[in-house]
Design a protein around this ligand. Structure first.
Ligand code: ADP
Ligand code: MG
Length: 699
């Protein structure tokens, strides 16, 4: 048996269990070993029921005295109640709401380990636990391994479908007993310096901690054994990223020339004086563009910080050097917006800016593609349509990608392959904590605009419940009377764009006929064609439309400085990042701007989101809250977004270990301790980690 042995060959895993494990991504022994406990219980030194104190979290070993579904049936709560006792003869009551299923699980006479919060029910005068976790200690699959489950620090695994923690514990124990000691691939020098246990010891002790293990450290995932496994996972990830990045730097790229003429052209294009942050960032970009290797740069800046003009400066450099520029946007409306913006500022210089989106007819598309392929178009702007195979550039020198988190890394590469390693500038308004940025976009250099253009007043954010919406409308009216404009936004939920559209349509009619009959109200939604959308946006920009009702299509990029109110209906249905983005559509002019969040029903998470937004306009803070509230998986979207799938490590919980691993990985790659170390590491990563980390190429 070795790490690649399929789990089906392990005693105790039949086809049914194998299928459940497989569904969870566990198919070989290595996978099982990476499925580490999420909690540990000290069952060596247990209290009796009589010794329990209300308020504490405790583990007790008990016997079931009675177990039954009780009362409350009328209210359909299905309260399941079990009474337990132990050698101390005291009684403990376990309660489970909706616990009907337990009737087939718990029976009189069974021995259980219970874990939960002890409470005192003063009415009944009994100690209780509500929804305790439990493990049946006597059962039919007991096979002489009983000592595994009691009398020691016991690992608790998250059940895999119907496979209980107890079964997982037995199987893992068996596998560890049969396996030969694991080879250690971590460089010896690092292991020694950080005093890390070897891989075999770390693996065994993570699953079955030694008797003297510190329970507190274990439950914080900081025992030496756990630290080692977490470190290892991050270390190989960071090595992979560093190698990839180094590799990218050796590719031949375009060395753009930046002389006085180019500088003059850039200056004559600028409609305003750049901020200090914008100047710094454009210098970083220009320095990169001069180098004879491809630029891979992430331009990060909160909504409204002025990323677009920086991108335009980079574009002028490329075009003045005789190259073409591609601009990739996540939505049609944003592509249209970019088309409008870039055309406006670049046509002064005589450049041809072409917009290509999915809503053009294929004949139109054909003509536009020809402009790009023959080199007449200096800049081609579009959505995913740009990624189609038949889109070709004569001489692509710079690709600007807006809101990267919406594009898979592979797609990004697809675009890049159309030129000979053009420079790539990725713009994102999702500020992410730096370490995470370095890991997610590890192959990119990062530039940050950390300053807003001058004269911006912080946006005032208010929350109103739906029953107060009349007041909100009269506020809106006053703002319009003062010459301002407003957005009214409805949520689009992925599956039901149609529904949101209907809601927006209805609201549009309601607002334009009943609430604001004297005011010009416009409507924009995802089903409008690109030309119609552009026409509506133009009328809003020109101030002809005062109130723009919309589904989330305006989420990113819309730029109308005179708009001072962002009214978001059913705000509880939006995510934090989305709300922050929407809010960033106002506050772009000199007038005081407002964001009003109207909500219907809220759960705790929604309340937390609304509170965060009312409290803060700091994109970094909001982003961190978002990450906390949603967890990394959801926050970053699918694996496609480039998030490595980590098993033992957790990118939020283990950030400080990530930093250490990152440092070690970079110094290891820059100064490998012995000749051949680097090749060995690269080969090991290729064989074991590449696919899991979503790294496309390594070294
Ligand atoms: P984002 O970073 O969200 O893409 P934009 O590039 O759309 O921000 O810029 C937001 C607004 O600020 C635009 O109206 C833009 O013209 C304006 N702006 C950007 N930089 C400056 C500056 N240095 N001075 C004045 N206005 C600026
Ligand atoms: Mg933008």
């Amino acid at each position: 048996m070795d790490l690649s042995t399929p789990l089906t060959s392990v005693k105790g895993i039949g086809p049914a269990r194998a299928a459940m494990l497989e569904a969870k991504g566990l198919s070989v022994v290595e996978d099982l070993l990476a499925y580490v406990p999420f909690r540990y219980e000290d069952r060596s030194n247990l209290k009796t029921i009589a010794e329990l104190a209300p308020g504490e979290m405790a583990t007790v070993i008990v016997e079931v005295r009675s177990a039954r579904l009780s009362g409350f049936k009328r209210r359909n709560l299905g309260l399941f109640e079990a009474r337990f006792s132990d050698a101390s003869r005291a009684i403990l009551v376990g309660k489970w709401f909706h616990g009907g299923y337990l009737a087939n699980v718990l029976a009189e006479g069974m021995r259980l380990s219970l874990f939960g919060k002890v409470e005192f029910d003063s009415y009944a005068g009994e100690l209780t636990m509500l929804h305790p976790e439990f493990e049946i200690l006597s059962g039919d699959d007991d096979d002489g391994e009983a000592s595994l489950h009691t009398g020691r620090v016991v690992p608790v695994y998250e059940a895999v479908s119907k496979i209980t923690t107890r079964v997982l514990r037995s199987i893992t124990h068996r596998v560890l007993a049969w396996l030969d000691p694991l080879e250690d691939h971590l460089p010896e020098s690092i292991r020694q310096r950080l005093k890390l246990p070897d891989r075999w010891t770390a693996t065994r002790q993570t699953h079955f901690p030694p008797p003297d293990a510190d329970l507190r450290l274990l439950n914080q995932f900081r025992s030496p054994a756990q630290f080692r496994l977490i470190f290892e996972e991050f270390f190989w990830l960071e090595c992979g990223i560093t190698l990839k990045r180094r590799n990218a730097r050796t590719l031949p790229g375009v060395a753009f020339e930046i002389n006085d003429r180019v500088r003059d052209r850039v200056k004559s294009m600028l409609p305003f004086k750049p901020t200090a942050a914008q100047k710094r960032v454009i210098k970083e970009i220009a320095d990169d563009m001069k180098m004879p290797r491809p630029m891979n740069r992430l331009l990060q800046g909160d909504v409204g910080s002025g990323k677009t003009i920086v991108a335009a400066e980079a574009a002028v450099i490329a075009i003045e050097n005789g190259y073409q520029v591609a601009v990739l946007a996540p939505t049609e409306i944003l592509a249209a917006q970019h088309g409008f913006y870039f055309r406006q500022i670049l046509s002064k210089l005589g450049y041809v800016v072409v917009l290509l989106t999915g809503s053009f007819s294929s004949r139109e598309k054909g003509q536009l593609k020809k402009l790009a392929a023959e080199g007449f178009a200096h800049m081609l702007i579009g959505t995913h349509a740009l990624l189609e195979k038949d889109v070709e550039f004569k001489k692509l020198g710079l690709a600007i990608i807006d809101e990267q988190h919406r594009f898979g890394v592979l797609q990004r590469l697809g675009l890049v392959q159309k030129g000979i390693h053009p420079d790539v500038l990725v713009m994102t308004a999702t500020p992410i904590p730096r370490t995470l940025a370095m890991t997610l976009y590890g192959d990119l250099d990062v530039s940050v605009i950390d300053e807003l253009p001058p004269g911006r007043k912080p946006i005032i954010t208010k929350h109103a419940t739906a029953d107060r919406v009349e007041q909100v409308y009269s506020f809106l009216k006053r703002q319009i009377d003062e010459g301002r404009q407003a957005y009214v936004v409805y949520p689009v939920i992925e599956e039901s764009e149609t529904q949101a559209m209907k809601a927006a349509q209805q609201m549009y009619e309601h607002l334009s006929r009943e609430v604001f009959p004297q005011i010009s109200v416009g409507l924009i939604h995802g089903r409008l064609g690109a030309n119609e959308k552009e026409a509506v946006m133009q009328r809003f920009k020109d101030g002809e439309i005062k109130i723009l009702v919309s589904t989330t299509v305006i989420e990113v990029g819309v730029d109308v400085p005179n708009a001072s109110v962002m009214l978001i209906e059913q705000a509880e249905r939006f995510g934090l990042a989305q709300l922050h983005q929407l809010r960033g559509r106002v506050g772009r002019g000199a007038a005081q701007s407002y964001c009003i969040l109207v909500t219907d029903k809220m759960n705790d998470a929604a309340r937390e989101r609304i509170r965060t937004l009312v409290e803060s306009t700091d994109g970094f803070y909001i982003s961190e809250m978002d990450l906390k509230l949603r967890g990394p998986g959801e926050f970053f979207g699918t694996k496609q977004a480039g998030l490595p799938s980590l098993r033992v490590a957790n990118i939020l919980r283990d950030t400080e270990i990530l930093e250490i691993a990152r440092r070690e990985a970079m110094s290891f790659i820059d100064h490998p301790p012995a000749p051949g170390d680097l090749d060995r590491a690269a080969a090991y990563i290729r064989d074991h980690w590449q696919r899991r980390y979503g790294l496309v190429t390594v070294g």
